[in-house]
Design a protein around this ligand. Sequence first.
Ligand code: NAD
Length: 483
Amino acid sequence: MSDATATSPPVVDLEAGYVMTIAGRPVTTAATLPVVNPATGQPFAHVPNAGPAELDAAVAAAREAFPGWRATPIAERRRRLKAAADILEAHAESLARLFTREQGRPIDGAKGEILQAVYWMRAGADLDLPVEVTEDTPQRRIEVRHEPLGVVCGIVPWNFPITLAVWKITPALLAGNTLVLKPSPFTPLCTLKLGELLVDVFPPGVLNVICGDDALGPLMTTHPGFAKISFTGSTATGRKVMEAASRDLKRLTLELGGNDAAIVMPDVDVDAIAQQLFFGAFFNTAQICVATKRLYVHEDIYDAVRDRLHALAKAVTVGDGAQQGAVLGPIQNAPQHRRVLELIDDARANGLTLLEGGPVPEGGYFVPITLVDNPPDNARVVTEEAFGPVLPLLKFRDIDDVVARANDTEYGLAGAVWSKDVDTALDVAGRLETGTVWINQNLQATPFTPLAGHKQSGFGVENGLPGLLEFTQPKAIYIPKQA
Ligand code: NAD
């Protein structure tokens, strides 16, 4: 096993030369895919397009690396993950610039994601695999250990490409598995560079990064070489992944879509919380699984909240994330841009009242911040996950009624309750059918806290010890006290 973690990282050109990393080697393909800058709508880079041959090679490399990596003491696996975090941190500035060009998020938020990933990798690497003793008598001791599963398939979306990749790399590798990681074809660049930067940190084949077009995901989920799929993406794709995994009972973690409700009680200080409400819905141009996607506001303060949010929408600068002053960037890709515009058109065609923010640049995949003033509960903009900057504001009077309306969805990712009365908020929190609830805050997650989608927002858990254990097989060993 190489010990290159002690030496300097490889010199990687972060602006060009995008390659996959398979078995510790750079791999290209004859055919390539363009990567578009969403702020301009123009391609600016090309990446390999992996097919069955490259996938087979990546799975074979990961299989070959597995026995050595599982036999590596967890302390050494942890040390290497922390070395990986150091390298990521050392490249945060240049990766952030690349991130903005491919993902669209303004530079501060882009750097924030790289540094968040660094923190997550370090903190996640500090978790330990417990050995549970379920019986310890004069006759015998029963130990439950947690063993790695084998080769894991990691599939990541385009909204938080690096954080969500690290949420798979860290627990998969810490637990002793090897990994084949696939970014979204819309945001492959930073992930490919991550593979290159970490090439000497892990033994060849432990971390493989491949990318390809829409055909690659289904090839991966049906590949017999994977023991587990860890998937983050939409609920529609999640259903397909689950179906594919059923063929050979692959282990599965699905982190899927959400249509999160935030409930604002009448006792709040509107001015004090307006910014948080706004960015809880619109940070990353509203492309966050756990963003507020339905904002229920008590009728006593509805007009005040609506007007305050509309003022913020008009004031916020939407623009090319590479330009100084841009706070919110474009929608990340053309299909998502079309979906969001179509949802806004549908609201307009149905006579709903739209409150628009300030102007947005021409060209690129920009959409004005849009609030929808008290639409009916069955409007598409309420029932569907927009995943873009269009937010319905909904009036309520009665707590039981608003809880029922918040829960009236196939989704159940997260929710928020805003009130000066934390006990009342806690009561409401207990009644929301979601995996996470925030009181007087939003968009929070920690490496030590499980993130779990209720209902059709997910299957299984990421983060915390439960998230780590999802990358393991429990093994009970019955040990006699006398031979
Ligand atoms: P998506 O489902 O279209 O794609 C996600 C990933 O799956 C991409 O890498 C894509 O190439 C791949 N893929 C596409 N079709 C596939 C198939 N048939 N089999 C296997 N893989 C396939 O999602 P997206 O548009 O990239 O991301 C947005 C969605 O992700 C939103 O619904 C959002 O709520 C969700 N999301 C959830 C979480 C969470 O933690 N719950 C986090 C971020 C995003």
